[in-house]
Design a protein. Structure first.
Lengths: 149, 475
């Protein structure tokens, strides 16, 4: 499957990935409207970590042996065997936060803004390239086949 | 689903699984991955085809409908060609004959034979010894009047009356009964005996329904087994602020009932009498081994069923997984009963693989849990209670923001994380679980370990690379 690869050395911490991720997952999908009117409901599913000049963006790794799916008590978090995408069905999620407790990357968020549900990267399944990758100016994020699979 | 199939006196079955919760279903799924042909039969003593036990309090709270408590969709059994037998009360496991006997509500007991058996029927709630006093002065024992809902046989026994308004809360039927009782009796306050995780899950549901609660806890504080004093205090404060009560160092000595066995109140150890119309007993859950019958004397049992690293019991053709087993605890390096969902899934899946002829080892696990009370999420991982922290070579790193009610404590032993508590803000808690699992040396990052913004970027470069290589990061 195609995965998002992180290249720490090219990341400048501009956080455009976070901005485009929020817009993509907003109601209106329009950048100005989203940030002016929906800001209180928005949450980025990609996370930029930064210390000094060192930074990188990290989002769900879509693990093959996904601990979040094992820990999920409601059947909301599942890995699609065909696409390889680990997805949270926010309708089914009850907000028990077991997934947050077990994700070793810390990339699942507790969303109590729009609804009480776990929020994570869905790999922008309806896009050819995830928006965080498409809008990274430096190719610090790349979307490509994993050679190991 | 297929109750009508169990007619013949003896039913031949390749794989037999006792228990239809997450461990049993994970096992069935991994058996099917290897063996597409062998028959799989699952026995459950419940009437529901499948539901998630941790969801019952969400149903009780009105957050989920009955149609949403299922964690596998109904096609799971059909797709995997699994036969499910509901209302099957197993009361004997005979390892010599490879037979399991159950009461299935028919005149004659049903006998199920197996090639490989998985015991995954979880735990059952403990009923403490409490006197029950009727108006007439007649006294009896609570455990005699309260039959856990699983014990269908004894409920049917004539002459045994059931106490009204006193419940355990570990099955969907329990939750349905409590919900109906609340509606029928317009309950506005409830008492919970036991301030552990099950008690707190019940509290969470009642508070969501606007029902005021009294929590009665034997220890000096609630959640004493899995949280430290600061985390307990945050939760206690939140409950008290909502107008409810937390009573510690206390217990119920006597329950008062009217002539129809309806609860009217109880007496605390201090002698104080409290009126009460709804009482939930949540003092603990223990492995449900009593249904093993003859198997109980044959299988090696030490509180839970003892298993090896292949999830195999002392009998080679019998495996066990989930809340009923004592399994390897990575932190104490001992065999322990760690009754939590993620481990049940892992153990069930490994047991299934090995039952079908695969060879997979269970690497062990450790305790962890997550609760949210009145909007305050709390996660506890590994060694985190006060007793744990008195052990040798333990160092704790704390961070408490009283303004925001955010607390974080990381427990370190020999330069490795062995426990964590996060209250108020639980973001990225799993990073600590990962550090524990992978036994990462944190000598160089100690100063940052309990900070609110602690993240992957602080981790040692070597571990960061290990974490990310393979599943796709290059750092």
């Amino acid at each position: 499957m195609k995965r998002i690869h992180i290249n720490e050395q090219y990341c400048i911490g501009c956080r455009l990935c976070e901005i485009y991720c929020q817009v993509k997952h907003s109601k209106s999908k329009k950048i100005i409207k989203a940030f002016k009117e929906e800001a209180s409901d928005m949450m980025s599913r990609v996370l930029v970590e930064e210390i000094g000049s060192n930074s990188f963006a990290i989002q769900c790794r879509h693990c093959i042996d996904a601990p979040c799916a094992d820990a999920c008590i409601s059947g909301a978090m599942t890995r699609n065997d065909n696409t390889g995408v680990v997805n949270c069905d926010e309708e089914k999620c009850v907000g028990c936060w077991s997934c947050i407790m077990v994700c070793p990357y810390g990339v699942i968020k507790r969303d109590v803004k729009a609804r009480r549900a776990a929020s994570k990267c869905d790999l922008c399944i309806d896009e050819e390239v995830p928006v965080c990758v498409a809008n990274c100016p430096n190719e610090a994020l790349k979307f490509c086949e994993d050679k190991n699979e | 689903m297929s109750e009508n199939v169990i007619n013949p006196k003896e039913i031949k079955s390749g794989y037999l699984i006792i228990g239809n919760s997450t461990a049993g279903l994970a096992a069935a799924a991994s058996i099917r991955k290897i063996d597409g042909q062998g028959s799989i039969t699952i026995l459950t003593n419940e009437s529901h085809s499948n539901y998630s036990k941790p969801l019952i309090t969400y149903y009780l709270a009105g957050m989920l409908g009955l149609d949403k408590v299922f964690f596998k969709d109904s096609s799971f059994y059909r797709k995997n060609n699994i036969r499910l037998v509901c209302n099957a009360n197993v009361y004997d496991v005979d390892p010599a004959k490879h037979e399991v006997t159950a009461d299935t509500g028919k005149n004659e007991p049903s006998v199920f034979s197996y090639y490989k058996l998985l015991i995954a029927n979880g735990g059952r709630p403990a009923i403490p010894s409490i006197k029950v006093t009727e108006l007439s002065g007649k006294m009896s024992e609570l455990s005699e009047l309260m039959t856990a809902s699983k014990d269908i046989k004894s409920v049917k026994k004539p002459g045994i009356k059931k106490i009204n308004g006193v419940f355990t809360l570990t099955t969907l039927d329990d939750a349905i009964s409590v919900k109906k009782y609340i509606a029928d009796n317009k309950i506005s306050s409830a008492s919970i005996l036991g301030g552990g995780l099950i008690g707190l899950k019940a509290a969470e549901a009642f508070l969501e329904l606007g029902i005021k609660i009294n929590i009665i806890e034997f220890s000096p504080r609630i959640l004493s087994a899995s949280f430290d004093e600061s985390a307990s205090d945050i939760i206690t404060g939140k409950i008290q602020d909502s107008g409810s009560n937390v009573l510690t160092n206390s217990t119920i000595e006597n329950i008062f009932v009217d002539d129809s066995l309806n609860i009217s109140g109880y007496q605390l150890r201090s002698g104080k009498k409290v009126p009460c119309t709804l009482l939930v007993i949540a003092v603990g859950v223990s492995p449900a081994t009593s249904m093993l019958g003859r198997g109980k004397d044959i299988l090696k049992i030490d509180s839970g069923i003892t298993v090896n690293e292949y999830m195999q019991t002392s009998e080679p053709d019998i495996y066990a997984a989930g809340d009923i087993v004592n399994s390897f605890d990575k932190l104490s390096l001992k065999s322990k009963n760690i009754a939590i969902w993620p481990l049940a899934v892992k153990q069930g899946s490994i047991a299934g693989t090995n039952m079908a002829g695969g060879r997979q080892k269970y690497g062990g696990g450790f305790f962890m849990n997550s609760v949210e009370i009145l909007g305050v999420p709390v996660i506890s991982i590994g060694l985190s209670s006060a007793q744990d922290n008195e052990a040798e070579n333990i160092k704790t790193y704390k961070n408490y923001n009283s303004q925001k009610n955010i607390y974080r404590k990381i427990v370190v032993k020999d330069n490795k994380v062995v426990g964590a508590i996060l209250a108020g803000s639980i973001e990225r808690a799993g990073i600590y679980a990962g550090l524990i699992s992978n036994e990462v040396d944190i000598t160089d990052i100690k100063d940052n370990i309990a900070k609110e913004d602690f993240g992957i970027i602080q981790l040692p470069a070597g571990y960061r690379k290990h974490l990310v290589v393979g599943d796709g990061i290059e750092v």
